[in-house]
Structure formats: structure tokens, C-alpha cells
Design a protein around this ligand. Structure first.
Ligand SMILES: [Zn+2]
Length: 71
């Protein structure tokens, strides 16, 4: 394949847009800072999620349960 010297590109992990893999692509492998932040945000969101049960809601506002003693 003579003359097959096309610039190397990688697909942006966030939007799939081809990103030229060279010095000019500052946010590679992402196409832009926005895509980079989006991907980072999703990654953090998944990491922060607690695997398993969610914390039970605070049991407040249940005062009228045991205070009905009329004896
Ligand atoms: Zn992108």
C-alpha cells in the first residue's frame, strides 16, 4: 500500500468522533475537554455508587405511634 500515510485517529470514547492522535489533540483520546469531563464524570459516578444496599432513609416523623395510651 504505497502512499497509505493517513493520520492516525482514535475514536473518542464519549462521542465516537475520530480524534487525530498527535500533539495537536490536547484532549486525546477524547475529541474535546467536554467529552473528557463527561467521561470522567461518569466514571466517578459509577465509582461513588455503593454496591449493594442503599442507606435506609432516616426514620423521623413517627411520633404518633406509641403515644396513644389512654389507661
Ligand atoms: Zn467526543
Amino acid at each position: 500500500m504505497p502512499g497509505a500515510r493517513k493520520p492516525r485517529t482514535v475514536p473518542c470514547p464519549t462521542c465516537g468522533k475520530p480524534v487525530p492522535w498527535d500533539e495537536t489533540s490536547r484532549w486525546r483520546p477524547f475529541c474535546s475537554e467536554r467529552c473528557r469531563l463527561i467521561d470522567l464524570g461518569e466514571w466517578l459516578a459509577e465509582t461513588r455508587r455503593i454496591p449493594g444496599e442503599e442507606p435506609a432513609p432516616p426514620d423521623s416523623g413517627r411520633e404518633s405511634g406509641d403515644g396513644d395510651r389512654s389507661r
